[in-house]
Ligand binder design. Structure first.
Ligand SMILES: Cc1cc2nc3c(=O)[nH]c(=O)nc-3n(C[C@H](O)[C@H](O)[C@H](O)COP(=O)(O)OP(=O)(O)OC[C@H]3O[C@@H](n4cnc5c(N)ncnc54)[C@H](O)[C@@H]3O)c2cc1C
Length: 492
């Protein structure tokens, strides 16, 4: 194999680059790895993806295998939380989801434990763009190159760009997100993302801009998720408590059912009015005592709106923390498979492709935010692909031209990689999607009984030992790949 092209320099695409460099380049030093990204520069990309998210222990474990420097960067900036507290709109605690129990991180397994970290998406992106092992990944990406079409042949893939350039390579890794052209190359127009009826609005606030009572509350209860019959509102710390106070931020997000998705450019005052109408009368134990007005939810919404109006840029490179993001949720239907090895419909049908296009991250399936696993599962995918390429390809040395023998070997290898990737990853991500779907239902408009059922489910889940859920966090890609390959005859 001489050239692998990665489409998309989001979190999945950049992780792919690090993973291939670490696991595949050493046995194939002449391998060229190129990343193409449609955004014109890294600062535009990071500011567009500048919301907050949770990075879970399983995601950290996979990222640590790929790029330990990125893990250090994120841990230094993010906020490690021990539990999520769930409340209703009257301020009553419904339960909690613990990430620590008895002084140990859930899923620690006697090995290096990783926490659940709330962090700005831009920080995760930057952690992968910066210099690692003397190489600045930012300079490797070919920015401003939008893919128009991808054509797979038996012995190569052609990537056609909107500017007319054509790139020929051995393998394409599609990390081009929800509206993936790589997915279109396999399935055509089928499986396009659809609005799922929920809209999210969210952003950041400097910690020192919120009331002293709420600041105190965040020390006791760092992540609060509030559910009602008509929407959801979450807020949490998202920066390291050891950072100087002026660099500390709270992240907030509202999710609610809306028949028509709110426009990304909706006027600020209109969005503010909608948010206040929905959450403005909700109670919190951290409302200022003695005040005649409820102030946690209205203050977050009002401060966020006036901050967005000023639209002052944060001093962190590329991340605009003063704006809010409006994110109508466009989700892909579940794909029957994630590579070009099989036909448009089902795995097990004839093999019309060659496995030279592999989808990772949101390109293979968008992950609903309710999963809290979008980034974590994307990094798991990428590590699985790199390990499979490492274990299933024969070392290749020197030369820029692919010989006929190598071509034959690549064709065979890539089919095995594609099959193994799907066998290992589809069931894992499928289970996480099932759980997320159940959680998403609880954020839609509910009737009286729907609310009672949701609250009872939250109570029951909170009462169970956390070890029941630890499987999501203890998942170890390296062990899964080793276990899978041990059962196959075709490991080199
Ligand atoms: C509101 C919200 C909250 C979320 N919360 C969480 C959370 O709590 N935890 C979590 O782990 N995840 C969360 N996620 C999901 C997470 O952000 C993604 O799953 C994750 O970043 C993986 O993204 P990706 O790299 O696959 O795709 P993307 O980030 O979409 O990157 C794709 C890249 O490909 C580029 N591209 C697209 N088309 C082309 C083309 N034709 N040619 C060239 N380049 C192209 C894009 O410009 C982009 O840079 C959340 C997502 C949303 C929307």
């Amino acid at each position: 194999m001489k050239k692998i092209v990665i489409i998309g320099a989001g979190i999945a695409g950049l992780s792919t680059y690090h993973a291939l460099r670490k696991y595949v380049t050493p046995q194939n030093p002449s391998l060229q790895i190129v990343i193409y990204e449609s955004h014109p520069s890294p600062s535009v990309t990071t500011s567009l993806i500048g919301g907050g998210l949770g990075l879970a222990p399983n995601g950290f474990r996979a990222l640590n295998a790929i790029a330990p420097g990125a893990v250090k960067f994120i841990e230094e900036r993010g906020f490690e939380c021990k539990e999520f507290v769930m409340r209703n709109q009257k301020g009553k605690k419904l339960g909690s989801m613990r990430h620590w129990e008895g002084g140990t991180k859930v899923g620690e397994n006697g090995e290096r434990g990783f926490g659940m970290v709330m962090v700005a998406r831009g920080d995760v992106h930057w952690s992968l763009l910066k210099e690692e092992d003397g190489e600045k990944v930012e300079d490797v990406v070919r920015w401003g190159k939008r893919v128009k079409e991808i054509r797979e042949e038996e012995d190569r893939v052609e990537v056609v760009f909107e500017d007319g350039e054509i790139e020929i390579c051995d393998l394409v890794i599609g990390a081009d997100g929800a509206w993936s052209k790589c997915r279109e190359a396999i399935f055509g127009e089928e499986y396009q993302p659809k609005y799922d009826g929920l809209t999210g609005v969210g952003g950041f606030l400097p910690l020192n801009s919120i009331s002293p009572r709420l600041q105190e509350g965040l020390k006791e209860e760092a992540v609060t998720m509030t559910f009602s019959r008509s929407g959801f509102f979450g807020y949490s710390m998202c920066t390291n408590p050891s950072a100087p106070s002026e660099d500390q931020y709270l992240q907030w997000w509202s999710t609610y059912e809306a028949k028509t998705p709110l426009s990304k450019d909706a006027p600020l005052q209109e969005v503010r009015a909608q948010l206040l109408n929905r959450h403005g009368m909700w109670k919190s134990p951290y409302d200022t005592p003695g005040s005649s007005q409820l102030d946690v939810f209205p203050q977050i919404i009002n401060l966020a709106c006036s901050q967005a109006q000023k639209a002052q840029k944060d001093d962190m490179p590329g991340v605009e923390r003063s704006k809010w993001l409006i994110l109508p949720r466009f989700m892909t239907p579940r794909l029957p498979h994630w590579t070009s090895l099989y036909g448009k419909s089902n795995k097990g049908s004839e093999e019309p492709g060659y496995g030279r296009i592999i989808l990772v991250g949101d390109a293979r399936n968008t992950m609903p935010p309710d999963s809290g696993q979008g980034v974590s599962c994307a990094v798991e995918d990428v590590l699985a692909v790199a390990l499979l390429l490492k274990h299933l390809s024969k070392p290749q040395l020197g030369g820029t031209e692919t010989t006929e023998d190598e071509k034959k070997m690549d064709t065979d290898t890539l089919k095995k990689v594609a099959k193994a990737y799907e066998d290992i990853r589809l069931p894992r991500v499928g289970k996480i999607l099932d759980d997320a779907q159940r959680r998403g239902e609880g954020k839609k408009d509910l009737g009286f009984f729907g609310e009672k059922i949701r609250d009872t489910a939250l109570f029951i889940v909170s009462s169970l030992p956390t070890s029941i859920f630890a499987g999501t966090y203890t998942y170890d890609v390296e062990k899964e790949v080793d276990g899978y390959l041990a059962k196959q005859e075709w490991r080199w």
